[in-house]
Structures are given as structure tokens and as C-alpha cells.
Design a protein around this ligand. Sequence first.
Ligand code: 4AD
Ligand code: MG
Length: 458
Amino acid sequence: MKHTDIIEIFENSAFIDTDVTVCGWVRTSRDSKNMAFIELNDGTSFKHLQIVIDKAEMTDIAEFMRLGTSLKVIGTVVKSAVAVDSVEINAKSIEILGACPLEYPLQKKRHTLEYLRTIPHLRVRTNTFNAVFRVRSVVSNAVHEYFQSRRFVYVHTPLITASDCEGAGEMFKVTTIGYSNDYKSEEDYNADDFFGKRAALSVSGQLEGEVAAMALGKIYTFGPSFRAEKSNTPRHVAEFWHVEPEVAFAELPDIIEIAEGLIKYIINAVLEKCPTELKFFDQHFEKGLIDKLTSVVNNDFAVMTYTEAIEHLLNADVKFQYPVEWGCDLMTEHERYISEEVCKKPVFLTNYPKEIKSFYMKQNDDGKTVAATDLLVPGVGEIIGCSEREADLEKLLDAMQKRGMTTEEYEHYIALRRFGSVPHSGFGLGLERMIMYVTGVQNIRDVILYPRTVGSIY
Ligand code: 4AD
Ligand code: MG
């Protein structure tokens, strides 16, 4: 259908005094004695386009006015009568593309985010989700720009896998057959299944990413990861989008530099390309958001060791729900205290105790810690998990053995340490948590089209 995108009409003054065809959904409408007004949105712009109807020239307008109705409008672009620097359309003809009854759930009143989660097919038509998905798209593009312009190779790692990268037993099984008592053992059952062995959805593309980096040098993956974590929190979904670079010859400080550069690049892109959306989030979701983001890009991130963080937590004048001691895994309350109260900005926590981290992380010379870092940010907590990888064959095998892991599914991964092993590092950035940080939206369910969480799949 030949028509002009609404964003073009806002951005190009050459349309003024010309006739155009626009399409969209009615977002609000208002009727007065002689005139009627429709706010139309076609998704190309956060801002709605006002359609002005002269009731002397158009009768039977009631159906046009219903919220949710889709319209094709022909009319003249004119300077707005009230808003400076804006335009509106004086309608000449209006055609209904799809009528919308009064039961349409998105009537004028503001709905709660909780209610909107129950109508994922319609919530996208609200201002909040319009802005969220526009930002999400810009962030995704910025990820590619950042890596491509630095000569990283984009690789696609498998989503179905036989190995467990994080070793936390949080994998969704992939199977085409049900278990029955006819099988004598689990091996017997797995052997009969599609792949002839146990398979699952990948929690991370890292292991295969390392394979690629040991040939292509600098790579990144960007795709979905799956976690069957039963934690019902505002920060966890079972299916999330994962950005994972892997860099040959990089040690921990090198990868930290790349990670900080990525976060700043993404924020700059959003500041530049989504000013209207950010203004909206600043007003409705996080006061001071734009100042926060501007300050983040203009300042260095903090770097602090895990051991120093434990000291801060032990000396804190706060009662934490979970007790703290050296060796404990940090909970969200601890991570937020460190980034929000101690550092007041993003902080890389480094050198965690090896017992609480994954098998593949480089063991430090102290025998107690690994060269790993999490990036913690105010308001969200951990958004990046990062480490230098164990490049030494013996140490890697030892770490796997201590965790009771079998080496069978990791043969290729282990072999990389035999054939020209090099120091290398990588990280995983959760896309949804990044979106939460740049928008101030507090629940991860509200930054993804269809959130998958324990006990809920729409
Ligand atoms: O810290 P994680 O578990 O690290 C890894 O998976 C590494 N293999 C990454 C790597 O080094 N290549 O996960 C990385 C990030 C987290 O910091 C978080 O942002 C996100 O992935 N994440 C989740 N996001 C939403 N829901 C979940 N259930 C998530 N689990 C991890
Ligand atoms: Mg982590």
C-alpha cells in the first residue's frame, strides 16, 4: 500500500503543504463540536501524528475514533496549530483498514505493567513498549557496529548442545521421545533419542566461541541462551539474548577494556538515536536517567577485587538478608550495595574465589582465586560475566575433575589447550539487562517481546 512513514513527515519539512497518505492505529481521539482529532501511530515514530477532521466535511466519523482501529488517511500536511515545531494532517479522506470494537483492552486509562504482561500481543502498542523496542533495536545494532568496526568476526554458535558451559545444571533438555520403563538405564534412553546422546539448549555460546577465536582471533556471538533457572526474579528469564565476544591473546585487563568500551558505545548510540524515548523513560521510569547515562560514558568504571568488596560488605552499616564472608557467592543485595553505595557507578569486581566460579576460568597464582570479573551496575546488578580462560591443559583438567565433570562432552574444548594454546578471554553481556540499565525499566519481563519465566509461557 503506497503511503508515507509518519517519521518522515515529522522529520522532513518538504512535506508541509503537500498531500500525503499515512497509515496507522488510533492511539487516542478527541471529539469537539466542529472538529475531531485522532492521534495516529504507525510504529515508525514514538510521537503520534495528529489527524484533524473538520466535521462539516466528514460525517459518520464515530468508527474512526475508536482506539485500536487501523486507518488509511489522505490529507494535507500543515504546521501544528498548537505545538511548536510540529506538523499535523488536515484529513481529506479516511478509510478503515481494520475496525476495532470497544472491548479493545487498551482504552485511555494507564494500565499497570503487570496487566500489560497478560496481553503481550497488544502491549507493544503502548508508549512504553514502543520506546522499549525501539531502544532494544538500536542497542542490538550498536553491538554489531562496535564489534564489526573493530574487525571482530560474527559467528553463530549452536543452540542445541551436548555440553554444559556453566555447569550449573540449569539446562533445558532437548528430546523427541518420552522416558518409559522399557529403558534399562538413562544411557539406554539417551541412546534411543534423536542425537543418540543427551542434548540440551545451550546456556552460552562460549565453548564454541573459544573454538572460533582460536582460529579467527576476535569473534563475537549474539543470540539466544536458555536457562532453566527456577529463580522468579525481576532479572531472570529462561530465554535471553546473549552477546559473547571471545578474544585470542587478551588477558583480563584487555577484556575489561573491551567490555567497558562496548557498554559506553551502546549508551552513546542510545543517547544519540533515541532522545525522545530516553526523555520518556527519564520522566516515567527513572528520574535523572539521561544524566546518569551521560555521566557513565564520560567517566571510567571502577575496578575492585572481590576481597575488597567483601571488606566493604562486612563493614557496611546495613543488615543484609544473606550473610557475608570471604568465599560466599554475592547476592543481588550485595552487588547492588557495592555498585550503588560504595562505587556509585559501574564496577568490575575481579578475582573471585575459584570455588564459586566456572571450571574454565584462569586460575590465579594465589591458588585461591580466578581471573574473572562481573560488571555490576547500579539499579540492576550483574550485567556482564567475564573471565580470562584457563589456557593450561593440566590446570583445566584439574578444575574439571574437582567439579566431578566428565571430559567426554568437552573433548574439542580440551584439545584447544593441546594445539597451540594461547591466553584468551571473553565475556557475556545479557542484552535484556543492558536494556533495563539504559531505560530504567525494572522488570526484565518488560524489555522482551515474550518473556519466558518459570511457570509462565504466553
Ligand atoms: O555470567 P554468565 O552466566 O556467564 C556466561 O554465561 C559466560 N559463559 C559468558 C562468557 O564469558 N562468554 O552470563 C552472562 C550474562 C549475565 O551477566 C547476565 O547479564 C546474563 O548473561 N544472564 C541472564 N540474563 C537474563 N536472564 C537470565 N536467566 C540470565 N542468566 C545470565
Ligand atoms: Mg554470572
